[in-house]
Design a protein around this ligand. Structure first.
Ligand code: NI
Length: 225
């Protein structure tokens, strides 16, 4: 499931984040990938240990915690603290699959079920830089307004097209979901969304209650931790 979640950050928040990132010290993005990624990755990243990365990651996580659609779509169990990257001057990231297991700061591990990219630069300010996700339905090009998020299955092949003008800034992170399977996750989101619509439009309360029970019982059947 490829899902666009708009307005995770307010326009003001995105501007402030961008200003702080523009003044930051960046390092080669190849420091955080394995051999497969290093061959095709040409971008810059904030160093993992940088205090700015810590501060901005905290801001992104707080914004996600306030976003009901993000929560309903990802059903997060563990989240890797966001990192920040920068593409310019022809920088790109060729086709790759994200690593399946990653180390969390507390020493635990995260299985990457969902990959997330939070766009931070206005799309008009740079050329190229589309996130291209390849799945069974073909290739999808994604380039979103600053503050908007795309979530997609970590199992998919994807790339970032070369940035030929301007600078593309983004935050990226991974989620281990309570629901490992993408198809089940999508069905739960659709059920959740339908229940909310029925509630809003004053549908029969007993029927809505029954559907709500089904949602939670499916989640109980399928959730793993
Ligand atoms: Ni990737």
């Amino acid at each position: 499931m490829l899902l666009h979640i708009p307005h995770v950050l307010s326009p003001d928040q995105a501007v402030r984040m961008r200003q702080r990132l523009e003044a930051a010290d960046w390092t080669d993005g190849r420091e955080t990938v394995g051999a497969q990624g290093a061959k095709v990755k040409r971008n810059l990243q904030l160093p993992d240990a940088s205090p700015l990365r810590d501060a901005l990651a905290g801001e992104v996580l707080a914004a996600l915690a306030r976003n009901p659609l993000y929560h309903a779509a990802t059903l997060p169990l563990r989240t890797l603290p966001p990192r920040f990257n920068r593409y310019e001057g022809g920088g790109e990231y060729g086709f790759h699959v994200d690593g399946a297991v990653m180390a969390l700061p507390n020493g635990e591990q995260l299985r990457s079920d969902i990959s997330c990219t939070l766009f931070l630069a206005d799309p008009e300010t740079y050329e190229g830089g589309e996130l291209i996700v390849s799945d069974t339905y073909g290739e999808h090009e994604v380039k979103l307004p600053a503050g908007d998020l795309i979530v997609y299955p970590s199992s998919s092949l994807h790339r970032v097209a070369p940035v030929t003008r301007g600078t593309r800034l983004a935050a990226f992170f991974w989620v281990q979901s309570l629901i490992r399977d993408d198809v089940r996750r999508r069905m739960l989101l659709e059920l959740d969304t339908s229940i909310q619509t029925l509630t809003r439009t004053g549908a029969d309360a007993a029927a809505v209650l029954q559907l709500t029970g089904i949602y939670h019982n499916l989640l109980r059947q399928w959730a793993e931790s």
